[in-house]
Each structure stands twice: as structure tokens, then as C-alpha cells.
Design a protein around this ligand. Sequence first.
Ligand SMILES: [Zn+2]
Length: 104
Amino acid sequence: MSVFALRCRQCGELVDIPGRFGFKLKNAGVDSTICQGCRQKKFLTDRDRAKADTNQQETVRRRWIPVMAGTIAAIAIATGLIIQRQSMPQPPPQDTSSEADFSR
Ligand SMILES: [Zn+2]
């Protein structure tokens, strides 16, 4: 079985690729690949970046939760105050009508 040797795209090190796979790569016009070491390095950096991204998103979310809770509480209090102020001056009309019905 013949072995194809391709150059690593990152460090230029020769990478041995077993015959059939190397033949396919050469037919596809690929003449450079990534060696094991560079692939591992790339994988690690990608993973670290993804982890950092998720951490940032989580801190942003944690920062937003109190703001959202405060906004919701303010809206609830405002709505309660408005309803109280509207119902305070005149008593509900059902009481007077039922009293009138009883007096008859
Ligand atoms: Zn390499």
C-alpha cells in the first residue's frame, strides 16, 4: 500500500496519508493538509473560544435578569397604583343597585 506525503498547511511538516485516502485528496486538488499536532491545537483553540463565548453570554444573561425583574416589578406597581386610583373615588355600582333591590 502506497503512502502519500502531504505538507501540513500550518507548520509545513510532512504528513503521511494512507494510499487510498491520499489518492482521493490529490484527485480533489488538495495538496496541503493539517498534521495531527496542528489539528489538536486548532481543536483546543476552537474549544477555548467557544467556552469563552458561552461564559460571556451567561454573564450578560445574569446581568439582564435583575434589570428585567426590576422592570416587571415597576410595571406591576404602576398598574396597581393606577387601578387603585381609578377605583377609589366612586364606589362600585353593583353595591348600590343590589341595595336598591333589597329596599324594595
Ligand atoms: Zn502542522
